[in-house]
Design a protein around this ligand. Structure first.
Ligand code: HEC
Length: 227
């Protein structure tokens, strides 16, 4: 960075900080008044090439400063608005018992996996593959990022020691569901921690992941399993 740029940057920084009190000067600058008097003992200003270019630069710096300050103010305002919106959304969500419509089995739905008996090996293998697949999420996570890999299960609460359907704290607290099936729990983790859309009901992805979770549940409970 050239010496000139460096000075300009410092000056701009100072002007940004002083913007509140220099704002009225903008009118003066626009009117062609020389800034040296107001900038006073500022050595950086005194070093600038010529009075005319210096006033021009000051003017443009002021303009930039003002624009930046306004931009920040707008960004802040937007951020607050978003935060408020989110808070409202959460409050509503809680009041309605969460968006369980997206994660609860549709009426009359009958899953293509068994929650009590055995599931085909290919289905379990496909489920395991998906369990490690980061492309299912929008945030780079895979199920295994939170729940472990290679049989080192983690991130599960004690509730997971009971066969499905059963109560899970996150399902109850965030979605108002008193108990969940394996596929519903997959959907909840898709929507919440994975920040993604729920999987299609009846899709082989949902079916295989749920079937896989049924076996992982047995493994976590210390029961015989097919993994
Ligand atoms: C960012 C971390 C995270 C990711 C990623 C994640 N989960 Fe979860 N999962 C949790 C949390 C937190 C809970 C809730 C534990 C509770 O409330 O008891 C949970 C609970 C579960 C349960 C229920 C355990 C029980 O007690 O019955 C299952 C099953 C499950 N997840 C499967 C998955 C699957 C399948 C995926 C991938 C599609 C996934 N999770 C991705 C964090 C995650």
């Amino acid at each position: 960075m050239s010496q000139h740029d460096d000075k300009r940057r410092k000056l701009l920084g100072r002007l940004n900080r002083q913007l509140a009190y220099t704002a009225p000067l903008l009118a003066l600058v626009a009117g062609g008044a020389v800034l040296h008097a107001s900038a006073g003992d500022d050595a950086a200003v005194a070093d600038l090439a010529s009075p005319s270019s210096s006033s021009l630069m000051m003017a443009s710096n002021h303009a930039e400063g003002a624009a930046e300050a306004q931009g920040e103010a707008e960004a802040d305002a937007q951020g607050e608005a978003e935060a408020e919106g989110q808070a409202e959304g959460e409050a509503e969500g809680e009041a309605e018992g969460g968006d369980s419509a997206a994660v609860a089995r549709p009426e009359g739905y009958s899953p293509a996996y068994s929650e009590t008996g055995d599931n085909p090996q290919e289905m379990l293998a496909r489920g395991e593959e998906l369990y490690y697949d980061t492309s299912l999420s929008s945030n780079g996570l895979a199920c295994a990022s939170c729940h472990g890999s290679d049989g080192q299960d983690m991130g599960y609460s004690e509730t997971f020691e009971r066969p499905f359907p059963h109560r899970v704290a996150m399902a109850a607290n965030q979605f108002g569901m008193s108990e969940v099936h394996a596929d519903e729990m997959v959907q909840i983790c898709m929507v919440a921690p994975m920040a993604a859309e729920p999987l299609e009901w009846g899709s082989e992805e949902l079916t295989s992941l749920a079937a896989y979770m049924v076996e992982v549940q047995k493994r976590v409970a210390g029961e015989p399993h097919d993994l």
